[in-house]
Design a protein around this ligand. Structure first.
Ligand SMILES: [Zn+2]
Ligand SMILES: [Zn+2]
Length: 192
């Protein structure tokens, strides 16, 4: 299997979550989740994990993704760790495990780890309240499995955004999220 992944630097938006990036990598390369997992060997490494959680990918997998796309996934992880510095034992405790998303952002195939941060309950870019349930089945959306085949969907099949006629590269490079809140924490000034 070839390992040519198409990714352009201008497609990565600031504060973008690992999940959002992975879903966009799938879309822009017309590959499904199992194929992407194979590219990064995550099937082999994480065979025992029932869910291949995008926030718990191995360093090997992150390295491989980095090689394929040039996106610095470690930097995203570091920023998330900084946001959760208070919680020493389980940094992910500061992030919701179900999806919290902004209806406006998702129109641009964009989701931020800041949407998942428990201390913020509005979209930091639009100041509107976040969606925390699937509009269709009304359940929490668990979204972290990298091997999920159809990007940006709930388990029930409901698609979180309305696919537009515009090509993916246009959607990705046209939207630049701008922070409208300031997160006051001395630990964060660098990296945010
Ligand atoms: Zn938003
Ligand atoms: Zn649903």
């Amino acid at each position: 299997m070839g390992t040519n992944i198409i990714w352009r630097e201008e497609w990565k938006r600031p504060y973008e979550s690992i999940w959002s990036l992975i879903e966009n990598i799938k879309i822009s390369n017309s590959i499904n989740g199992s194929e992407l997992s194979q590219y990064i060997n995550e099937n082999k490494v994480n065979r025992r994990r029932s869910l291949r959680n995008v926030n718990k990918l191995s360093d090997e997998a992150l390295n491989k993704l980095n090689e394929l796309t040039n996106i610095d996934f470690f930097e995203i992880k570091t920023t998330m760790l900084k946001l959760s510095k208070l919680e020493r034992y389980n940094p992910l405790h500061y992030f919701h495990t179900h999806l919290c998303f902004c209806e406006k952002c998702i129109q641009y195939n964009y989701h931020s780890y800041l949407h998942q941060y428990k201390l913020i309950d509005v979209c930091p870019f639009h100041l509107t309240s976040l969606q925390t349930k699937c509009e269709d089945c009304n359940k929490d959306i668990y979204f972290f499995n990298i091997a999920k085949d159809i990007p940006f969907t709930c388990k029930c099949g409901y698609q979180l955004y309305q696919a537009m006629d515009e090509p993916i590269w246009k959607i990705l490079s046209e939207y630049e999220p701008i922070l409208k809140v300031s997160i006051i924490n001395d630990n964060l000034t660098e990296g945010l």
